[in-house]
Design a protein around this ligand. Sequence first.
Ligand SMILES: O=c1ccn([C@@H]2O[C@H](COP(=O)(O)OP(=O)(O)O[C@H]3O[C@H](CO)[C@@H](O)[C@H](O)[C@H]3O)[C@@H](O)[C@H]2O)c(=O)[nH]1
Ligand SMILES: [Mn+2]
Length: 858
Amino acid sequence: MSSPAPADGGHGDIAGRLAAPLLAASIDDGDIVVSAKDRYWVPSDEKEILARQDCAAGTPPLLYRTFRVKGFLINLYRLLTLIRVMVVILFFIWRMEHRFSDSMWLWWISVVGDLWFGVTWLLNQVTKLKPRKCAPMLSMLREQFDSSDGISDLPILDVFINTVDPVDEPMLYTMNSILSILATDYPAEKYATYFSDDGGSLVHYEGLLETTKFAALWVPFCRKHCIEPRAPESYFERNVQPYTGNVPGDFIDDHRRIRAEYDEFKACLDGLSSVIEERSKARNSANTKGRHVNATWMTDGTQWQGTWIEPAKGHKKGHHPAILQVMLNQPSNDPQLGKPASSDHPLDFSAVDVRLPTLVYIAREKRPGYDHQKKAGAMNVQLRVSALLSNAPFIINFDGDHYINNSQAFRAAMCFMLDPRDGDDTAFVQFPQRFDDVDPGDRYCNHNRMFFDATLLGLNGLQGPSFVGTGCMFRRVALYGADPPKWRPDDAKAKVLQRPNVFGKSTAFINSMPAAANQERSIASPATLQETSATAELADVMTCAYEDGTEWGNDVGWVYNIATEDVVTGFRLHRNGWRSTYYAMEPDAFRGTAPINLTERLYQILRWSGGSLEMFFSRFCPLLAGRRLRPMQRIAYINMTTYPVSTFFLVMYDLFPVLWLVHGQFYIQRPFQTFALFVAVIIATVELIGMVEIRWAGLTLLDWIRNEQFYIIGTTGVYPMALLHILLRSLGLKGVSFKLTAKKLTGGARERLADLYDVQWVPLLVPTVVVIAVNVAAIGAAAGKAIAGRWSAAQVAGASTGLVFNVWMLLLLYPFALGIMGRWSKRPYILFALLAAAVAAVASVYAALAGSVLYFHS
Ligand SMILES: O=c1ccn([C@@H]2O[C@H](COP(=O)(O)OP(=O)(O)O[C@H]3O[C@H](CO)[C@@H](O)[C@H](O)[C@H]3O)[C@@H](O)[C@H]2O)c(=O)[nH]1
Ligand SMILES: [Mn+2]
């Protein structure tokens, strides 16, 4: 606790000189948001800034600032960590010196379990001891890259967005994401969006077509009035925000008109599948002469290449040719003003740039006999297709349900990529996943705040956050497997191995690679999209066979065969020596939907935990990485890939009360009072550390409690299945198959929350139900004993410690218990009544039995 607080302790003058620009920036344009959440953070880049000031003019400006946690708080955090480590060590020494138990084999298991928990906790904790925040300076970026004539020098960017099923992933949300992308604040000629439809469905295609039409109104409207957020559904749902545009006079009218247009657009999307169905029916019955087909028809009278409503050979899920269609062409390089208001065009866009950025529809080829590798496979196709079209040096990816909530997000990410200090070594910039429509209490910990606001800030102070699947900007050459500049021999250009057996046979693709490396700082616009020579090549890179015998999914692109393609892909980049940056923007950069139904949520964490273990037992095991992976980062990845193992010990602890039921009295460690005291202190310190952590992370107590609860729920009920999965796989069997996370239903907030009360009874729920039952029964049994028998003071003390444990367990599992009650959980007191009744029932049975036993004995 001796290290000085930053503002004094000899740095006073620096802090003083820094305060001014920092404040100026925040007043200037809201660049550096000093929110309530940041009150424990102070700048940590004083030296760099001063060094810059001494440099000659012409040195590129810094594009972001860094912050660290105030000395007193972080040192308190570290001190508490140290104290807990010492207590844990003392605890072990004490246990080794007191090997007394009612069952020595259980004693040994519990010692090993405690050791496991102690070590994993420590490994997790050490990665959080030096958290770091970064904040982009958007005004600097603007100064450096935007000139006053509206021409921009910003690098070009490819945007990937993925979807599979227009029903499970409601199309309205996917199209909202598209709209938010088309309308974001980045020069229209500087980015191209690649929409990947793994369903290959005409509904998506025509939905996208409708979206481009609506976008012609929506995008200029957003630009004209500086609308935020630029996803219409969220925009119209939110409360009125202060107007920040330049034409307040037009706003009310424009808003009303756009709203009406949007409602029409929505209705149109809603009706699309039946329109297509009817159209196809009509055509099919008209077509009955000759061979009968049950095709799905496009508006122009041709058969849809992708999946048909009536599945047919070559036109069904998992079996259809590739489709590529440019929906919006590359716009001109110069801003293009729209038309003034007129009778057929009621909005005045005469002072607004009405260009739309490029938009491409992709459905990759699907063929039986191939593993299509889900999202990772889809993104690798996007990577190749975009290389042949726009070939941007940077890529940002989105899940279909995640939209841009802050139109400055692309620019913010660019600040980190282009910063003169370590931008060139940055492989990716990750934003947190944030969610709409989670129930207000966040019962199933969907927000995952402890992970996004504490763990990832910790990693940001090491080699960088892991990739979490969506809302992440990548450097293209890093995905190709290039080395970061830091690890290249003397200033060599990014080089990637250009052998056919690595990247596949497409020469056009291979030829595009050096350009991607060189363009990182270029001002080029994407190449024109319709070069006819490219079509054959394009078709080629979208086939399943393209990847046969190549490194795709292995050392190139997004990684395959691991259920969590995200963590492992980020890991591979870190392993190659790249770094990454984490930035939690305010307002949130992106937002998405989360599964708020217990069963869906458990399946989601099953996929994550199964994927983690798969990664640990693969060639991407963090233990096998070379020296470019920094030691602390390696520790972080070990944590991320081994955590489900805890389940083995936790389930033992969970079921410990059984012994009380069977034996009436059972001590795993004697003397029990000292043991209980140690355990209490160890638990108390971890909670205390949590309390300090939520301070610097800017979280609430509820966030912390939810995290604890869901950790226990996952470890008790879900990770056993993940372990089983990995066991089956190691025996050469298929293991558990992971499914797409079904997204919320559309509709009003209340309808969406209805999902919260859905239970589907699946085997995954069983372990946790058993654990709850055992703990309830143990409480009942203790009560029964107290009623029936005469207890000594020591026994009462022992039993009440046990009781504290049981109650604590139940509190942790409370969200789960509520969850399985379905609709009844709207009234939590019913749960309490049920629990009380169960306890009373067990107690009376136990007392009765004990009574009859006494009777027989006498
Ligand atoms: O064959 C497939 C399967 C999925 N997806 C897309 O992948 C995304 C994520 O799938 P989802 O089922 O929604 O997974 P979640 O549980 O919501 O995803 C979290 O966990 C995944 C890793 O398991 C990450 O990839 C995601 O980014 C992260 O949000 C969605 O856009 C899907 O459309 C495909 O494109 N093709
Ligand atoms: Mn998702």
